[in-house]
Ligand binder design. Structure first.
Ligand code: ASP
Length: 328
């Protein structure tokens, strides 16, 4: 029987009360969903028990270390996680555990395990099943879909279909049968364990008339940010007159900050296409291609923690490591 390690980190699935709070939760899992013990030989560990809005870089590191240490002993891994930041954790682990050679499946629920009409049971059974199926990579399993971790985003707070993968097909669909649709070829390369992230990254969402000058002092302040993810319009355009967001980005780059551009829509960045996107390219911003905001934030944090010089960080950010981008 395959061996699967379930790492519990919190989230609605294991919460109770009003308002919902993380609950004491461990063997309850296997008691509430006995089916999963038929699929695999299970071990359940509580790594932490948090609303996922409190999960960040140091928790990603703990999870990555836990999986790295256990990688010889298990065939696959399931992480029970809150939905709010699940896509960040999935993206972060995609970079931290590159070419692990085993599946790491994150799941959670919109309604707690003990609630009527809960989606927790199905999601857990599906996730454990997927963790026994081999393959490599980090995925999010939710409502009958398996999505690539570095392509997934939380798209709905009310529906059971809480996640979407706007720029990539699902990795698998779990209906009557489990059908793998995207058999993403292995990128090649040996297992690379890099669990560190530098949290000094912020996101600026471009909006009409934004007070771009407001950020200028922040860029120059000591102990300030080292990375900026800019969520631009369309293919990567920004206002260049009044306000002049491209000039603001230029000052950030000059202050030593790496600027990675993603789009507020689905699709790819193309900094060459418009004058108002070239303006970003010309001041040294880096195209985030088709990366989700979650993939861009975590990859930038990962690049800053693991690559000392700016040029190698740029090369790292532009490369496709875990299937997170196909375009330059
Ligand atoms: N606030 C919860 C969390 O992310 C939401 C959920 O799990 O669905 O931890």
């Amino acid at each position: 029987m395959p061996r699967v390690l379930i790492l519990h980190t919190g989230g609605t699935l294991g919460m109770s009360g009003e308002p919902l709070r993380p609950d004491a939760f461990s063997t309850a899992l296997t008691e509430a969903v006995p089916e999963i013990a038929k699929l695999a030989q299970l071990e359940v560990r509580i790594v932490f028990n948090l609303d996922s809005s409190d999960v960040g870089p140091r928790h990603w590191k703990r999870l990555a270390c836990e999986i790295d240490e256990a990688r010889q002993d298990f065939d696959g891994f399931v992480i029970v996680h809150g939905t709010d930041t699940m896509a960040y954790t999935a993206s972060a682990l995609s970079f931290a555990l590159l070419h692990l050679g085993k599946p790491v499946i994150l799941t959670g629920a919109q309604r707690p395990l003990g609630a009527l009409r809960t989606d927790a049971k199905r999601n857990l059974v599906d996730a454990v099943e997927l963790a026994t199926r081999g393959g490599e990579g980090v995925g999010i399993c939710f409502d009958g879909l398996l999505l690539r971790g570095a392509h997934a985003t939380k798209s709905n707070v009310h529906d059971y279909r809480a996640f979407d993968s706007p720029n990539a097909p699902p990795w698998a669909r779990l209906g009557v049968d489990v059908v793998f649709e995207d058999r993403q070829p292995r990128q090649g390369g040996s297992y690379t364990f890099r669990p560190d992230f530098d949290a000094s990254v912020m996101v600026i969402h471009v909006s009409p008339g934004m007070p771009a000058d407001y950020f200028r002092d922040t860029f120059k302040s000591e102990g300030g940010i080292r990375g900026l993810v800019l969520a631009a319009y369309g293919l990567g355009t920004v206002p260049t007159a009044s306000p002049d967001v491209a000039a603001m980005v230029g000052e950030a780059v000059e202050a030593g900050i790496d600027v990675l551009v993603v789009t507020q829509s689905a699709g790819n960045i193309d900094l060459d296409k418009y004058e108002n996107s070239r303006a970003l390219r010309d001041v040294g911003a880096i195209s985030g291609g088709e990366m989700t905001l979650e993939a861009a934030v975590t990859k930038l944090m990962h690049g800053l923690a693991n690559f000392g010089d700016r040029q190698s960080r740029r090369t790292y950010l532009l490369s496709n490591l875990a299937g997170e981008r196909t375009s330059p």
